[in-house]
Design a protein around this ligand. Structure first.
Ligand code: 9Z3
Length: 363
């Protein structure tokens, strides 16, 4: 995607105030470091237990109906479109049923939202399964406190009307036109989640619908930061945990979230190409962990990234290969995003995957 030209923001904007302090990226010493081995993949029994004992979100039938319509719209045309499921943002783990408190993670949804734009730019339709209120394709340029949209406005002295500041006209025009085209051509279906339970139920639903409706034309691009531990329905407190109830401490007893990737690959969407992301903070662990995930879940590609460098460097790990891709500091300053490198490479792999499946079907 052609990056919108980046224009230096004036000093008086909110973007240059304390809001720019990256409180979302804590000091490395306090960041996660998962040296423990990869948990085992969930099998059929874990799947049954999970989906029978945890509650299905009530809005799921509505998602199913919209999704079917969207998939049909893109596949039942003379030149069927490929469809990518992009998952984006972090899942929460509620500590109470009437949720006051929950566990969250750092993910802002930048990877997912930016990648969705790149996929649209390359002719894909996108099911954007995202954490509600995290970054969205296109509007990400003007949302959240680090890029407050009010800073892009000005009052026109002759008409007295609020207008886009002349310094940002060109940049905003490019983004707006891309946004308008994507919306007018029905290229993105926005599907929200907040909790890890909502995410898992919706992922299973979308997988099934894409398998049936799109087969190998479907691509899974799993960039969401999914919680590793949660409070299952059998253990969750109904009401707000009282501050005095546990004496001087609150002890949380969390269960591991089942790893459904193997079920997705083997059973939910066996004809689709599956790409997962692997996040680490220790560089020395990244290749081994990514390879471990690939072997355990037997999908096609793991994109490894480090918390500290994820905006400019990623590692593509396949069965026989590990290849690093980066953008330079200068490119980053000029507004080039690493997703403009990642997405075309993933699309090439998807093309090969489709050819492979077609050849297999002809045999
Ligand atoms: C990623 O690794 C994403 O690239 C990020 C993007 C979450 C780092 P942001 O939203 O960050 O742009 O701020 N996603 C996968 C993270 C993850 O939890 N993967 C699981 C794991 O590493 C496997 S599914 O075990």
């Amino acid at each position: 995607m052609t990056p919108a030209p980046s224009i230096p923001r004036p000093n008086h904007s909110r973007a240059s105030s304390l809001e720019r302090i990256p409180t979302y990226a804590p000091a490395a010493a306090s960041a996660i470091d998962r040296t423990v081995p990869e948990p085992v993949a969930a099998e059929v029994l874990e799947e049954q237990t999970y989906f029978e004992t945890n509650i299905e979100p009530s809005y799921l039938p509505e998602v199913r109906a919209k999704l079917r319509k969207f998939i049909r719209f893109h596949t039942e045309r003379p030149d069927p479109r490929r469809i990518v499921l992009v998952t984006s943002g972090g899942t929460t783990v509620p500590l109470e049923n009437n949720t006051v408190r929950f566990i969250d993670n750092f993910s802002a949804g930048t990877r997912g939202a930016t990648s969705a734009e790149e996929f649209v730019d390359n002719g894909y339709a996108v099911v954007f399964l995202h954490r509600q209120f995290s970054l969205l394709p296109y509007s990400r340029h003007y949302s959240h406190t680090t890029n407050c949209f009010l800073d892009f406005l000005a009052v026109d002295s002759s008409s007295g009307q609020v207008v886009i500041d002349s310094a940002y006209q060109q940049e905003m025009k490019v983004v707006y036109q891309q946004y308008r085209k994507a919306m007018d051509e029905n290229l993105i279906l926005f599907v929200p989640f907040t909790t890890v339970n909502q995410y898992l139920f919706t992922l299973k639903l979308v997988s099934h619908e894409l398998e049936v409706g799109a087969g190998a034309l479907a691509l899974f691009y799993l960039a969401a930061a999914v919680s590793d531990f949660f409070v299952p329905r059998s253990k969750i407190s109904e009401h707000k945990i009282q501050s005095g109830s546990g004496g001087n401490s609150l002890v949380l007893d969390l269960d591991p979230v089942p790893k459904f990737l193997k079920r997705l690959v083997e059973n939910w969407a066996p004809r689709a190409m599956i790409v997962s992301f692997k996040l680490e903070t220790d560089e020395t662990l990244l290749v081994g962990k990514a390879r471990g995930a690939l072997e355990r879940y037997s999908h096609q590609l793991v994109i490894g990234n480090l918390l500290q460098t994820r905006k400019h460097t990623v590692l593509f790990v396949t069965k026989n290969d590990a290849k690093e891709y980066s953008i330079t500091e200068q490119q980053e300053k000029e507004g080039v995003v690493i997703e403009s490198v990642i997405v075309p490479k993933v699309i090439d792999a998807h093309s090969e995957w489709i050819t492979g499946i077609q050849q297999h079907q002809q045999q």
